[in-house]
Design a protein around this ligand. Structure first.
Ligand SMILES: Nc1nc(=O)c2c([nH]1)NC[C@@H]1CN(c3ccc(C(=O)N[C@@H](CCC(=O)O)C(=O)O)cc3)CN21
Ligand SMILES: O=c1ccn([C@H]2C[C@H](O)[C@@H](COP(=O)(O)O)O2)c(=O)[nH]1
Length: 283
């Protein structure tokens, strides 16, 4: 929580204004932030200076791991975060690749689970990593990347947290996650949780002890219309201690994640938080 607040403060103290063409909104911006999450000691990185809807963040991750490509699929598992990008962005609505209502195109999970090879066959990046790690193999290329430069125009938004690299060392599993663009008030609240849960789940289903997540962010920003709430409300609050995450012990395989796991297989004990803050969302 402390590192999150420090990043927010750094953006306010050192950020530079950048006009964002896609949304038409100015962003207070810094380049490069390194965050770490201690999964080994279950220090769940949930925001406490406002209410966090952490289950929606976990549902979004489950949708990515299942290869979802429709905002309706995300809604069905308790996550509303893709409705606007799938259905309200004028440039995506006019894109000939859009297949209709709720279609997100060839984003995140499509690339992660069904990367299209030149011969037309598909490659399941996540399955390869799960198989290797289960066999104790780290070939220094245990990478799942959602970023396919040749198909960016076929999706409603370019993936933000785009590459996850897993490493085995000293009997522990580590995760390094790369993010090209980060909406710190809204997106990072979700992304921190997703990094943590991704490592916890991968350690569980491949039979390893989890270590740490290293979360590397390039462009970290606060939109102009979010600044006052962050500076004058959220940053004035004192954080509470981190709660612990509990994951249903029945989750044991990738197949479980693909078939029956829901956001309710995750719970936290002793989450203390300040009142909700509703930040504006830039489409
Ligand atoms: N401008 C922008 N910021 C983002 O963070 C973002 C995008 N666009 N587009 C793609 C995804 C969607 N993500 C989102 C979208 C909405 C919320 C959001 O509204 N969160 C609210 C309430 C969530 C709820 O009630 O479930 C919050 O207060 O955290 C969070 C992340 C993250 N990404
Ligand atoms: O997981 C996510 C997804 C998206 N975001 C934010 C970062 C930016 O504010 C927008 C994407 O806009 P681009 O113009 O494509 O950079 O969404 C996030 O923080 N986390």
């Amino acid at each position: 929580m402390k590192q999150y607040l420090q990043l927010c403060q750094r953006i306010i103290d050192e950020g530079e204004w950048v006009h964002n063409e896609r949304t038409g909104i100015n962003c207070l911006t810094v380049i490069n932030a390194d965050l770490e999450y201690d999964v080994e000691h279950n220090q769940f990185p949930i925001i406490t200076t406002r209410k966090s809807y952490y289950k929606a963040a976990i549902a979004e991750l489950l949708g990515y791991l299942r290869g979802y490509d429709s905002a309706a699929q995300f809604r069905d598992i308790g996550c509303n975060t893709w409705n606007a990008n799938a259905n309200e962005n004028p440039s995506w609505l006019a894109n000939p690749h859009r297949k209709g209502e709720d279609d997100m195109g060839r984003v995140y999970g499509v690339q992660g689970r069904a990367w299209q090879r030149p011969d037309g066959s598909q490659f399941d990046q996540l399955q390869k990593v799960v198989d290797d790690l289960t066999n104790g193999v780290d070939d220094r290329g245990e990478i799942v990347t959602f970023y396919n430069p040749g198909e960016l125009e076929m999706g409603c938004l370019r993936p933000c947290m785009h590459t996850h690299t897993f490493s085995l060392l000293g009997g522990k599993l580590y995760l390094t996650s790369y993010q090209r663009s980060c909406d710190v008030p809204l997106g990072l609240n979700f992304n921190q949780i997703q990094c943590f849960v991704l490592l916890a789940l991968m350690a569980r289903i491949t039979g390893h002890q989890p270590g740490k997540v290293f979360h590397k962010i390039v462009n970290a920003h606060i939109y102009e219309n979010q600044l006052e709430l962050m500076r004058d409300v959220q940053l004035k609050r004192e954080p509470y201690p981190s709660p612990q995450l509990h994951i249903n012990p029945e989750i044991k395989t990738l197949h479980d994640i693909e078939t029956w796991v829901t956001k309710d297989d995750f719970s936290i004990e002793g989450y203390q938080y300040h009142p909700p803050i509703k930040y504006p969302f830039a489409v």
